[in-house]
Ligand binder design. Structure first.
Ligand SMILES: C[S@@+](CC[C@H](N)C(=O)[O-])C[C@H]1O[C@@H](n2cnc3c(N)ncnc32)[C@H](O)[C@@H]1O
Length: 346
């Protein structure tokens, strides 16, 4: 199986992001409105946001920033196939402006924008980042009435273009091969993810100091949950290219858009690691499944089905044709920011 991956240095507000109805899944994390590290990015996109921030008008700055993101959500909507999914990792912001401490609920504003576009909003995931600083509190210490809850979660918003996806006969077979294990389903489709740590976000050569990158497991898991082998995943805010690398690792094609060309080396570095990461992920998934099977049998619970490709017992008939495909090579085509990957069951 072959996949293709392309990167475009462009402003994601300028459509189209991809040919209409060509993308099965969008996985992305935008610049977060009202988080200070993204003020310059929003200021460059919106003079209104810049002015409002200078004047300490939080509500107006918040709305002006989201109006820029709204344009990108529209482009995603147009690129998605009917029944395709949109997964957005976003954190809310806490900030003091004009002496007033407040929460700016980015997740709620984006969710409302997706509904207004005609997307169907679905149950979201709370990503609770394991913290190394459990006593990092905000406000008046031990005196009641002036302290604030410590904010250590982000959201993964999930929406779908229209109703349930209809699969062609050919896609139905690929869907069976793209299945995940029963015990993975139980973990992945939980509304609370606590097992993903944040990543080191330092950038060595780009103009910015921090990337805002998410851990590769986050897009990788979403890609396995919401798309089939060979389908196309879009990230309109590509950053260091984590989603593109996750698509290589998971056997999907990908399209990335990023405004900041100084991130080219960071994306190249992410892709350079993707084949090794993809192979390690497959080995780890298979090893974890074998451990699960042994533990279940030790508890006296037999598994009713068998997966011949991997010669393992499985819980449900839906896992019988499951194939874990890993990337075996990734080649850059000429000078363009375009890559081909080959994938196989290894
Ligand atoms: C939160 S970061 C994404 C990080 C990425 N998920 C990763 O793992 O590296 C948001 C990215 O969006 C980019 N960006 C901001 N405005 C943009 C625009 N209008 N069009 C395209 N990219 C934009 C920023 O330069 C930044 O790299």
């Amino acid at each position: 199986m072959q996949t293709t991956h392309s990167l475009h240095f462009a402003d994601a507000r300028k459509q189209p992001l991809a040919p209409p109805e060509s993308v099965a899944l969008v996985v992305t994390s935008p610049p977060y409105p009202m988080i200070a590290m993204w003020d310059a990015a929003f200021g460059a996109m919106s003079p209104t946001a810049k002015r409002a921030l200078r004047q300490g008008d939080g509500a107006r700055a918040f709305e002006a920033m989201h109006r820029q993101l709204d344009r990108v959500w529209r482009g995603c909507f147009e690129a998605l196939i009917p029944g395709g999914f949109l997964c957005i990792n976003i954190g809310d912001a806490t900030r003091t402006l004009s002496g007033q401490f407040a929460l700016y609920a980015n997740h709620a504003r984006i969710s409302a924008a997706l509904t207004a576009l005609g997307l169907t909003t679905l149950p979201d995931i709370l990503w609770r980042k394991p913290t190394n600083a459990p006593n990092k509190f905000m406000g008046s210490g031990m005196l009641p009435g002036g302290a604030y809850v410590t904010y250590e979660h982000e959201y993964i918003l999930i929406a779908r273009k229209g109703g349930r996806r209809v699969f062609s006969t050919a896609a139905r077979q690929t869907r069976r091969e793209s299945a995940y294990f029963w015990e993975e389903r139980n973990r992945w489709f939980s509304d609370l993810w606590t097992d993903l740590r944040g990543v080191n976000q330092s950038l060595s050569r780009a103009e910015r100091e921090r990337s805002g990158a998410f851990p590769l497991t986050l897009p990788h898991r979403l890609i396995c949950m919401y798309s089939l082998y060979g389908e196309t995943v879009l990230d309109p805010f590509v950053g260091t290219g984590t989603t593109l690398a996750a698509a290589v690792a998971a056997g999907r094609s990908s399209i990335g858009v990023e405004r900041d060309p100084s991130l080219a080396d960071a994306v190249e570095a992410s892709l350079a690691n993707a084949v090794g990461i993809g192979q390690a992920k497959i080995a780890a998934r298979l090893a974890a499944h074998r451990t699960f099977v042994s533990a279940r049998i030790a508890r006296g619970k037999a598994l009713a089905h068998h997966n011949e490709t991997h010669n393992v017992a499985v819980v449900t008939a839906q896992e019988k044709q499951l194939q874990l495909r890993a990337p075996v090579s990734l080649t850059r085509t000429g000078k363009a920011l375009r890559w081909h990957a080959a994938h196989a069951v290894i």
